[in-house]
Ligand binder design. Structure first.
Ligand code: A5P
Length: 231
């Protein structure tokens, strides 16, 4: 069967935006799947939905601005009601790899502030174990070699992400080291070790942050809830 990833992304986005309620503060994700959610939200705003949105990247902020989605400064809120974002990989336990688009740091800050973190994905993103997708690690440029060596100590082979012939820079002006750890058997343990590396600003392992994954599969959606989370 030919899987149409784009259609699955759209289906997941359409389903996810149904969870948004009048008056909510809404986190806007980044990437090709979150893009469809932002388009849907813009439609809903045109039809009377009143929300205030917090984008997770400059890219998503520009898109939301163009589509007249009302924005609110992240410093003006203590928490975010719902965020709809994508992922590069997810497991049944709702652990994720994110950061393929380089927005993982803001995405993780927004996720940490969010009461209902909804991940939307096409069916190719579902894996039994994380790690086929190389883990994005955000690092301050000054610490890049040091962090690369610490990643080696943890059996990770890292490459500094390139774009148009030079090092890719995140919205914070940092580098991304895409790191091959092989199959990650214990993502929470690896996340803890990475959290302890000086100069490593953030990594794309999202552990215990997602409440729900809505996956497009062929012409339907499949929902995975965090254990004990059923709304
Ligand atoms: C952006 O940095 C990422 O975390 C994205 O959410 C992730 O890469 C998924 O992107 P796609 O929806 O484009 O696959």
């Amino acid at each position: 069967m030919i899987i149409n990833a784009e259609n699955e992304k759209k289906l997941a986005a359409k389903e996810a935006v149904k969870l948004i309620r009048q008056g909510q503060v809404v986190g806007l994700g980044t990437g090709s799947t979150a893009y469809f959610a932002i388009l849907e939200i813009a439609d809903m705003v045109r039809n009377g939905l009143q929300i205030k949105a917090i984008p997770t990247s400059v890219r998503s902020r520009e898109l939301a601005g163009k589509l007249n989605i009302p924005l609110i400064d992240i410093h003006a809120v203590d928490s975010i009601d719902i965020t709809i974002d994508g992922a590069d990989e997810f497991t049944r336990e709702l652990n994720l790899i994110k950061g393929g688009g380089g927005a993982l740091l803001r995405e993780k800050v927004v996720a940490a502030m969010t009461r209902e973190q909804v991940i939307i994905a096409d069916s190719a993103k579902k894996v039994d174990k994380l790690g086929k997708f190389h883990l994005p690690v955000e690092v301050i440029p000054f610490a890049a070699s040091y962090v690369m060596n610490r990643l080696k100590d943890l059996n990770g082979v890292g490459t500094i992400r390139q774009k148009d012939g030079s090092s890719f820079l995140t919205d914070q002006g940092n580098f991304i080291i895409d790191t091959d750890f092989g199959i990650i058997d214990e993502p929470a343990k690896l996340a803890e070790k990475l959290d302890a590396v000086v100069g490593l600003v953030e990594h794309g392992l999202f552990i215990n942050l997602a409440h729900k994954v809505i996956m497009g599969q062929d012409n339907k959606t499949v929902i995975f809830n965090k254990p004990g989370y059923n709304t």
